[in-house]
Design a protein around this ligand. Structure first.
Ligand code: ADP
Ligand code: MG
Length: 597
């Protein structure tokens, strides 16, 4: 792709096109601020000129005769210049910072939106930490550069052009001396920065490892405590933190030497101007005012160059970050969204899988030549050993993955053609691993049905047998349940997930081991409510406890991605196959528990 090879900053400029006017304004303010900032040495020169030359001064040439009047003019000029300098400083700071904020906001939102549209396997191949670092660190890096770096580069350039130009006009034979250190400073900065870059990279790497470990530990704190691994973890953090410290020390050792070294180079330029300019001034070939201005200006010219290393560093880092952000934005979205609208009200709910074959990325087929038909409004059940591919079927129905061959239809339409949003709106999934968001109980139930009324939320909770325990929580429906819902029990989380599905009220309901984490009593209660809510809608129930699905219209027994048996509960028992064997084991298990109890 040509866009990949394009310089990242050009890409950024293209991206920031809508801010073009702002960028020009900010740049102009940076340049103007610098010009006014460079004026004071000229004022000093003029002051010396006035005092020494009196009636023959530069200003006198403009018609201001008396020394007093000349000094008044000079004072007014100073006020004007300093005022303008301050004004433009305020303007450029505001403009650049707001630009940085605006561009970072746009980029972050675009990157997030793009990321959210990527298919599931994309996320399985990457670490959350890595993606987070693009969305956070890399975008912040850009902000930092726009905040200060862009202005810095503009101002240094302005300084060199203005002062360099002034030198060559004022005293061409001294100018080259003042300019002499510049190539060395530039070369030194770039060489330095090249040395420093790998050390900074090492610092970022080690802080990355440290952060990854810290995040891991904080999420696994229960495991750490229950296995009394605190000491072990402290040692691990100690080691990683030490690595971070050492890599920083290596970077500091080098970066701290930069300014002192550059200062020596500057000293050469400064003393040369001082010495040779002084000789010229004493000989009368250089005006005293010009001489004093030049001595000041050499300082002003060379000092900002010491910051060049830092600025280049900032530039390089943000360049790398920009590349990473755009790499993300350039990733193609392989899931095509479909184009046939199928509004929820019109969905009847007939589902067909015809000779479907699918396997995850580089693994062999998980589902092969799989066919299944669910008539609209029916309840079917899928049972089978763990790992036999039951949840995979669900993910295929939701089009979280694309099938390799075969066809899946909803109401006779290929699901690849249905608008993805409409397809997913038609299905509510209660899965075995419930995910709750940090927020209140009510917010979590309302997730996906954001406009639902409070009464409806309560009604849905009641159907899911969740209302009673919610009422006993400290703040009822407004209780905050913590990250991933960790302040609730597994069964409570599952009931909230069911309430969420009930509230969505979809034509198709999929329960993937939805009651696996609740006790028998609650399960019986949920089962009653499920019997109610599965009426008049297509339901696919996946369960390992066969007692919960025995009333299904048809039961499919899966084995290694294929359907091994199918039929009603009674038919399957008569077959004396896998199902009958499973049933005997589970009934026997239950029996013995009851005996012991
Ligand atoms: P189950 O019947 O227990 O729900 P699954 O459909 O979850 O089984 O898994 C079927 C097989 O696919 C298993 O062998 C599992 O290891 C594999 N599998 C599941 N999810 C993924 C994934 N995201 N990437 C690779 N393999 C997977
Ligand atoms: Mg499963």
């Amino acid at each position: 792709m040509s866009t990949q090879r394009q310089a990242p900053f050009l890409r950024l400029f293209e991206y920031a096109d809508r801010y073009r006017v702002e960028i020009w304004k900010a740049s102009a303010c940076s340049v103007l601020n610098k010009i006014f900032d460079l004026a004071p040495p000229a004022l000093i020169g003029l002051a010396v000129d006035i005092v020494v030359q009196q009636e023959n001064s530069f200003l006198a040439g403009w018609g201001v005769r008396s020394v007093f009047a000349q000094l008044i003019v000079l004072s007014l000029l100073s006020f004007l210049i300093w005022g303008l300098e301050s004004l433009f400083e305020y303007a450029y700071k505001r403009l650049w910072r707001n630009l940085a904020q605006a561009i970072q906001h746009d980029l972050r939102l675009d990157a997030y939106r793009h990321l959210q549209a990527m298919e599931l396997s994309f996320f399985e191949e990457r670490s959350t930490g890595g993606l987070l670092s693009v969305l956070n660190d890399d975008i912040n890096q850009l902000e930092r550069f726009l905040d200060g770096g862009a202005n810095e580069i503009l101002q240094v350039s302005t300084t060199v052009i203005v002062i360099g130009g002034a030198f060559f006009v004022l005293a061409p034979n001294v100018a080259w001396l003042a300019m002499l250190p510049m190539p060395f400073i530039l070369w030194g900065s770039i060489a330095f920065q090249k040395r420093l870059a790998p050390r900074y990279f090492a610092v970022r790497e080690s802080v990355g490892w440290l952060n990854a470990q810290l995040t891991n530990n904080l999420t696994g704190i229960t495991t750490i405590k229950s296995f009394t691994a605190e000491e072990y973890e402290v040692n691990r953090i100690d080691r990683l933190s030490n690595e971070y410290r050492h890599s920083n020390q290596r970077a500091i050792a080098l970066s701290a030497a930069f300014v002192p070294l550059i200062r020596i180079i500057i000293l050469v330029g400064f003393t040369a101007t001082l010495l040779l300019g002084g000789l010229d001034a004493a000989a009368g070939t250089l005006a005293v005012g010009t001489y004093s201005t030049m001595v000041f200006l050499t300082q002003r010219l060379l000092w900002p160059l010491t910051r060049l290393g830092e600025t280049l560093d900032l530039y390089q880092r943000s360049q790398a970050s920009t590349r990473r952000v755009f790499k993300l934005l350039d990733m193609p979205i392989t899931v095509h969204p479909g184009n046939k609208p199928l509004p929820v009200e019109r969905v009847k709910g007939e589902i067909c899988l015809e000779n479907v074959t699918f396997g995850y990325l580089d693994r062999s087929a998980v589902i092969s030549d799989f066919s299944l038909r669910v008539p609209a409004g029916d309840t079917i059940a899928i049972v089978g050993a763990t790992g036999s591919g039951k949840s995979t079927i669900v993910k295929l129905l939701l089009r979280l993955y694309e099938i390799h061959s075969g066809r899946i239809t909803l109401d006779g339409i290929d699901i690849q053609e249905i608008l993805l949003q409409d397809l997913r709106r038609a299905i509510a999934l209660v899965s075995q691993d419930v995910f709750l968001f940090h927020g209140t109980v009510a917010e979590n139930i309302r997730y996906g049905s954001f406009d639902a009324k409070d009464e409806d939320v309560v009604a849905a909770a009641a159907i899911a047998e969740a209302h009673d325990f919610i009422s006993e929580l400290p703040q009822g429906y407004d209780t905050v349940i913590g990250e991933r819902g960790q302040k609730l029990s597994g069964g409570q989380r599952q009931r909230l997930a069911i309430a969420r599905a009930v509230l969505k009220d979809p034509p198709i309901l999929i329960l993937d081991e939805a009651t696996s984490a609740v006790d028998n009593e609650t399960e019986a209660a949920i089962q009653r409510s499920l019997d109610r809510i599965t009426q008049n809608r297509t339901t696919i129930a996946i369960a390992h406890r066969l007692s919960t699905i025995r009333n299904a219209d048809c039961i499919y027994v899966m084995d290694k991605g294929k359907i091994a048996e199918r039929g009603s509960h009674e038919e399957l028992l008569k077959r004396q196959g896998i199902y009958a064997a499973l049933w005997r084991v589970q009934m026997g298990g239950k029996f013995s528990v009851e005996e012991r109890g």
